[in-house]
Design a protein around this ligand. Structure first.
Ligand SMILES: *Cc1c(COP(=O)(O)O)cnc(C)c1O
Length: 457
């Protein structure tokens, strides 16, 4: 073999040793399934989906080492070996002393905001994820989004569209008073804002502002590894550092973090709450025992803690991260080539199609995003999710963007699956004038996207 540059193709850096069959349906079958589900893909059984891009949460494929850890798991009630292993991995990654296991991300949020939220309090973030916002509001506090303006423009190619607008943060503190702001959050990557990363420079600026005003700074760190790798790729001066070193610096800048391990933890269930403050941690442990479980297992089995410990190590493997970020970009770039407008540039875990641009003939009150989701299912058995007027509409009025999210489960689909999605989306785009709008026939008062029923206009 010769020296020097050779094969360029980025491959899936794993082999497949266990397979799960995909049920292939016909267009006629899917038409009947879609009607039975009243044009709501949440109501379709997963077995009747060919490529499931509904979410990247809890849908990862675990590695042989993670499964081996599941067998080794120590199921002792208190002080299990698996707990100490997990705690040591999280301390090594984050440098944060207090590690509380929880059954998933929202349990961490519920504990944190019950302790520091409450009426009269204001909690800023770049964009709060919906469970985070819901838990803040449940405590009586107010959740405020301060993402930079570029983060709201689908075509802006800003490399860090997840950044917080620090001038707006200063204004909010001046107006509200630092004593009414118990914590400033930052979601990495910014899920609600299109999976866009936050730069180290921005994290440092927010840290400095929080320190100046005596405000705690926490990460919503579900996708910390994808964010760290995007920093390595896009931030000047970071390309020679490892993703792990960058992630460690991200955690070094904060007082704590809430994490759903169902994302970059590479597991199907699990969460973490991290904090430096001893007194706060003591109170959090009391709540943990009240609703999740003893402090050395949270709501989890010992085997779950082993799988998480291994997942938080594996996710920082640079071959994995290169493949992960590259495969998301691959989907996004090919959709753009086919003429389909997406939120640019591609972020970490998902591609967001601009459904308003895709279906200009469908007015907002006929749900262009939902109509596109149904058409993708009918055409090729692909399940995506609407993030637009169905999810956020109602009393508050239509949201700024009508999006359809294609979330990519970790290590589950190969390039040919993604090629199938690209081809199907391009075919649907060719025939886009035939996509029909929808009207709601039945909807619950809250969170209507899960159960609403539709018919075609
Ligand atoms: C998924 C997610 C959560 C909530 O985690 P769950 O495990 O679903 O409870 C919180 N924040 C962000 C950014 C998320 O993506």
């Amino acid at each position: 073999m010769s020296e020097g540059p050779s094969v360029q193709t980025i491959i899936e850096p794993f082999k497949i040793k266990m397979v799960e069959p995909i049920t292939l349906t016909t267009p006629e079958q899917r038409e009947a399934i879609l009607r039975k589900a009243a044009f709501n893909v949440f109501q379709i059984p997963a077995e009747e989906v060919i490529i499931d891009l509904l979410t990247d949460s809890g849908t990862a494929a675990m590695s042989a080492e993670q499964w081996a850890g599941m067998i080794r798991g120590d199921e002792s009630y208190a002080g299990a070996r698996s707990w100490f292993h997990f705690e040591q991995v999280m301390r090594d990654l984050t440098g944060i002393a207090h590690v509380l296991p929880t059954h998933q991300g929202r349990a961490s949020e519920r504990i944190l905001f019950e302790l520091i939220g409450g009426p009269g309090k204001v909690i800023p973030s770049n964009n709060h994820f919906d469970t985070t916002r819901a838990n803040i509001e449940h405590s009586g506090a107010r959740a405020v989004d301060l993402v930079i303006d570029e983060g709201k423009q689908p075509r802006s190619r800003h490399p860090f569209k997840g950044n917080m607008d620090v001038a707006k943060l200063e204004q909010l503190i001046a107006k509200t008073g630092a004593t009414n702001i118990p914590v400033c959050m930052m979601t990495v990557t910014n899920n609600s804002g299109g999976g866009q990363p936050v730069s180290l420079a921005n994290l440092r600026e927010v840290r400095a502002i929080c320190t100046k005003h005596g405000i705690q700074f926490f990460l919503d760190a579900c996708r910390f590894a994808e964010n760290a790798y995007l920093i390595k790729l896009r931030e000047p001066g970071q390309s020679n550092r490892s993703a792990k070193e960058i992630a460690q610096e991200m955690f070094s800048l904060v007082d704590g973090a809430t994490i759903s391990a169902k994302k970059d933890g590479l597991v199907n269930i699990g969460g973490v709450l991290l904090m430096r403050d001893d007194a706060l941690a003591a109170r959090a442990n009391n709540l943990l025992i009240l609703t999740e479980g003893f402090v050395t297992y949270g709501g989890l089995a010992g085997r779950d803690l082993e799988a998480m410990a291994q997942g938080f190590i594996e996710v920082l493997d640079e071959h994995y991260l290169e493949y992960r970020i590259r495969s998301t970009a691959y989907l996004g770039e090919h959709l753009l080539k086919a003429g389909i407008q997406i939120v640019e540039p591609p972020g970490g875990h998902a591609i967001y199609i601009d459904a308003a641009a895709f279906c200009p003939h469908i007015p907002t009150d006929q749900f262009p995003g939902q109509a596109l989701v149904c058409t993708l299912y009918r055409h090729a058995g692909i399940r995506a999710v609407e993030i637009g007027s169905v999810m956020f509409g109602g009393a508050a009025g239509p949201p700024a963007m009508e999006l359809v999210r294609l979330a990519i489960p970790r290590r589950v689909y190969t390039q040919s699956h993604i090629d199938y999605v690209i081809e199907a989306a391009a075919e649907v785009f060719e025939q886009r004038a035939r996509i029909r709008g929808l009207r709601i026939t039945e909807a619950p008062p809250a969170l209507r996207h899960f159960t609403a029923k539709f018919e075609e206009v």
